[in-house]
Design a binder for this molecule. Sequence first.
Ligand code: ADP
Length: 186
Amino acid sequence: MTLVVNIGTSTLELVQGDITGQEADGIVNAANAELAGGGGVDGAIHRAGGPEIMAACRAIGGCPTGQAVVTTAGALSARKVIHAVAPRYKDGLQGEAGLLASAYNAALEIASDQGLKTVAFPSLGTGAYGYPLEGAARVALRTVIDFLGSHPQVERVRFVLFDKKALAVYQQVLMEEAPTRRPGSR
Ligand code: ADP
């Protein structure tokens, strides 16, 4: 089931799936600060997108936590991959929430600057980096809702949640956070 809400003239969607299979202008990678590739979303994007993406990452060299950079999408159908770096979660007292929000904002700013109208995000930080799912979902959804409210040029943001649990948590949090929601399913 897809949950869809309208934020101003833009749309926010939650779906379950694999981010590498998404039709979107921009696909967001859960990258590390070295832009070195790895497991999870990062491995899947580099496998599906081919070596061009890693070559572009090497040329950039790295990206601080809470920031994002953009590269080619290689063999993926997207126009660009946006590599966003979430914090490694320790105890929630190390500025993790601010850094996670910053990673989402940086990715969204790049999408807006690059004229990417549709953007697919994974759940940044909630895999290898250990951010608790509900807290991460709240930061993610609040940040995207705020951004879309003031940047109608980004027309659609889709969260692609890998498993049922993540989808259920994001759905619950979205129902609580969306200000002018018009939930529907399809
Ligand atoms: P991080 O290092 O930022 O925690 P991960 O890639 O380890 O990033 O995990 C982020 C989230 O993405 C996890 O919830 C994980 O289950 C999910 N995930 C893993 N592979 C995929 C994929 N191919 N598509 C979408 N989500 C994925």
